[in-house]
Design a protein around this ligand. Sequence first.
Ligand code: FAD
Ligand code: FES
Length: 267
Amino acid sequence: MKFSIETGERKDQVKETEAKLSGPDLAQGVDISQISDGAMLPGHANGEAILLARRGDELFAIGAICTHYGAPLVDGLLVGDTVRCPWHHACFSLRNGAPLRAPALDPVSCWRVEQRDGKAYVCEKLAHVESSRLAAANDKTLSMIIVGGGGAGNIAAETLRREGFSGRIILLSADASGPCDRPNLSKGFLAGTSAAESNPLRPPAFYREHGIEPQLDAPVAPLDTQGELADDGAGMDVVDAGEPHQRVADRCRRDPELSRQGGARQR
Ligand SMILES: Cc1cc2nc3c(=O)[nH]c(=O)nc-3n(C[C@H](O)[C@H](O)[C@H](O)COP(=O)(O)OP(=O)(O)OC[C@H]3O[C@@H](n4cnc5c(N)ncnc54)[C@H](O)[C@@H]3O)c2cc1C
Ligand code: FES
């Protein structure tokens, strides 16, 4: 179960496949003249709710339901080749459904659109962008440290992978548990209407699969951005990188190029 942040009321999270279908059957085709430039038309195909959007001569078909808390994207805004969710302003690419801005973590589906004889037809579903877009963690020479294991830290880690960073990603958190959906804590979870399993933003397997290393109970103090120093206040490097007594800053000082990049290269 998920909750509307606007109302605080309990609300089932609507999945694309469960959404109420409305509008025309887009697989049968609609007159392109029905959709003006910059407009969105809700419809469906093969039992799934779809949003058909027009930008100039281009037509796009993506899932009609936001993957965050299930808002109807047709009530959102079309901005360039993206759509902004009306509830908490996540942003999805019309071209491939990728989630471009938080708080949505997952892509919406995407369909191929064919234009023929003045009509637009929604055809087959395109491959999901998620796995193809996240870079593999295969560069052992570069590390990125993120301080904070909340929603912001989580999305920073995912965005690094999405934008092609293939080095090590270490997520340092003072929390005892991994990134979670905090709004859910004071609503459904507290009310006993949603299970504890709905709290984590991602399951542990996700972090393993994408080479993101949450290190819990790892408070950083101080965070010295000038010296690129992250320690636990007692002079101990909080990053368990196989060399626990060596500070990140020490590694950076020996490698001026790395200092400029703002990362920590491991030996
Ligand atoms: C119970 C609850 C209900 C909420 N409900 C809503 C809602 O309905 N609507 C809404 O818009 N917002 C709500 N919020 C607020 C929303 O959850 C926050 O805005 C959001 O979590 C902020 O994300 P963040 O990642 O920036 O920070 P946080 O989620 O606060 O995460 C901060 C992270 O940094 C870590 N950290 C802090 N200091 C250190 C340190 N020195 N070293 C290492 N790690 C450190 C913490 O351990 C934590 O992991 C709610 C928050 C709570 C707690
Ligand atoms: S429902 Fe929250 S961003 Fe869309």
